[in-house]
Write a protein that binds this ligand. Structure first.
Ligand code: NAP
Length: 254
């Protein structure tokens, strides 16, 4: 099995791997010599990222799946096992954001935000955990949101879903600690990604300079900032860290 810097090559699944934070996480994990399953609703994007990783000498597989579609996810995990072996690392970055005044949130929109962000994370964790239990080793990092830590006046659905992700993370950390599996969450804030750019284009978020002014470090973050933290939390070295919420947010006051 290939080794880099004395580290073992693992099988890593990254949801939302075709864009933004997920894409950067795929690159960081590939740099650690892991075999990467890039999973995304955007199948062309997942294939593109996997192809780029392979062009840089990595092993990667692009997969199309909606994290709300359990049969499709189970099929994707079966393909990952057949290609690379059991899942050892999972980073759940697939997410859907929305901005709505509370009284305008329809039950359908509420359900969709909960389905993608919270239930999608549940499905992915449940699909991956049996492999980790069997191996008596596993690393899960969920990508939540700072909106879950401070609340949000126009994102009650999204923030509630991401709050659920944080408590799911803490619950799984306690459930699976005896199996050698760590589960942590990173709640990003102010990270320049296609999702953020779309929200700015639609007038839901202010321009970069205004956002930067609210961040103690004085600038926005990059997908690499989150990916570096996720790569650490999924490493052997982070084996005594579980059930934690690691803010990567430029010192944002929550
Ligand atoms: P992004 O650039 O939009 O990437 C998200 C990826 O997830 C996209 O490729 C998207 O595909 C995919 N996706 C969406 N719904 C999916 C589904 N049902 N099944 C599978 N894949 C799906 O966004 P990002 O900014 O990197 O966000 C990554 C994570 O960080 C999200 O969970 C987000 O909520 C969280 N977050 C980001 C920030 C920030 O500042 N950027 C702040 C707080 C939290 P499509 O493009 O086809 O929809």
């Amino acid at each position: 099995m290939p080794q880099t810097h004395g580290r073992r090559s693992r099988v890593a699944v990254v949801t939302g791997g075709a864009s933004g934070i997920g894409e950067a996480t795929c690159r960081h994990l590939a740099e650690r010599n892991h075999r990467i399953a890039v999973l995304d609703l955007d199948g062309d994007g997942a294939s593109r990222v996997a192809e780029e990783l392979r062009a840089h000498g990595g092993e990667a597989l692009g997969l199309t799946a909606d994290v709300t579609d359990r049969p499709a996810l189970d099929a994707a995990f079966a393909e990952i096992r057949a290609t690379f072996g059991p899942a050892e690392i999972l980073v759940t970055s697939a997410g859907l954001v929305a901005f709505d005044p509370f009284e305008n949130i329809t039950p359908e929109r509420w359900s969709r935000l909960i389905d993608v962000n919270l239930t999608g994370t549940f499905h992915c964790c449940q699909a991956a955990v049996p492999d980790m239990v069997a191996a008596r080793w596993g690393r899960i990092v969920t990508i939540s949101s700072s909106s879950a830590q401070r609340g949000s006046p126009t994102m009650a659905h999204y923030a509630a879903a991401k709050g659920g992700v944080i408590v799911l993370t803490k619950s799984l950390a306690r459930a699976y600690a005896p199996h050698g599996i760590t589960v942590n969450s990173i709640p990003p804030s102010g990270i320049e990604t296609p999702m953020q750019h779309r929200s700015q284009a639609e007038g839901d978020l202010p321009a970069n300079e205004v956002m930067a002014g609210t961040i103690p470090l004085g600038h926005l973050g990059t997908p690499d900032d989150i990916a570096a933290a996720a790569a650490f939390l999924t490493s052997d070295e982070a084996g005594f860290i579980t059930g934690q919420v690691l803010g990567v947010n430029g010192g944002a006051v929550l």
